[in-house]
Ligand binder design. Sequence first.
Ligand code: PMP
Ligand code: GLN
Length: 380
Amino acid sequence: MHIHSKLPNVGTTIFTVMSALATEFKAVNLGQGFPDYPMNEELIALVNEAMKAGYNQYAPMPGWLPLREAIAEKIEFLYHIKINPDTEITITPGGTYAIYSAFTTILQPGDEVVVFEPAYDSYIPNIEINGAKAVPVNLVYPDYKIDWPAVRNAITEKTRAIMINSPHNPTGAVISEDDILQLRKIVSGTNIFIVSDEVYEHLIFDNIPHQSILRYSDLLERSFVCFSFGKVYNCTGWKLGYCVAPAILTKEFRKMHQFNCFSCHTPSQVALANFLKNKDTYLGLSSFMQEKRDCFIRLMQDTKFGMLESKGSYFICAKYDRISNEGDRDFAIRLTKEAGVATIPVSAFYHNGKDDRVLRFCFSKKKKTLEAAIEKLVSI
Ligand code: PMP
Ligand code: GLN
């Protein structure tokens, strides 16, 4: 049989590759982004209760209504905007799926999408599988700020969307109010959509406010804003998230969703609807994660790595020019095999493999895990 690949240039994701290598070489895994500490017991109990109470059949296609209502309440509390839970929120099997469905909803063959690089690895394949073209614009190393004149140059009459991600994976950069103003100037009066990946909305440090697209009604009217419960509640394996978009966009989005996944895991939705009502379950997250970031930075001072800044997410990047001049992929592989610490080479987030000799570390780990990694890294 011959298959005409829709993604001829795509291999296995770098997260899978580095996690497999970590397992093979029994390395401390600071590569793939997932916590290695337990999730909230109360939330587990709520899922259990929901199952025992019989919530085990299909949820409604757009998602369990009380969960959508709880999300709308949370959005109003955080971002001061009223979102209609009935027509503007769809529960999805994870943030990645929400982003994919948003692109599938709006893209036609030949359309262009501006994507900032380094970019989370699913964006460009998601665009290409829809027959559209990604137009990469580099964030400016080492702060990974958006180069707005470059964005303006990248816009053509074919531009259908701009992809935003803040807090940013892999760099931990966050967008500012000025970025929002620049974005507004570019899209105003155009037919350009915004797909905003905000899965790290609560993981933002040093009291910086999260510049959610949800705060800006003129931007929201053209946006699909994507979230992940996996990231918020340390349950990446649940693969549950949601997409917020105006009713007219949500209507089209659901046409994709109903024939792709139809509806998501019911007991988790029932549990989250109750859990979300307690604001503390999300308001405490940034200080919890900031402590982990600060602890990791402190520990890394004993090594030869040069830390870059992380203002959000659960990632931080580091230069290794005082250790080696190898390419980042080779160095990351050697570090896993020889030093016993797995990381992610940042060049994997560029379509052309641009290599600034920087590695991404995930610090969403137990203190013991971070210490075990440093113990190995101090000697190289
Ligand atoms: N976007 C970014 C930037 C991410 O880091 C992740 C993490 N895995 C996702 C989307 C996907 O979220 P989910 O696991 O809910 O699909
Ligand atoms: N988002 C996670 C990361 O950036 C990994 C998710 C995945 O493995 N696809 O590490």
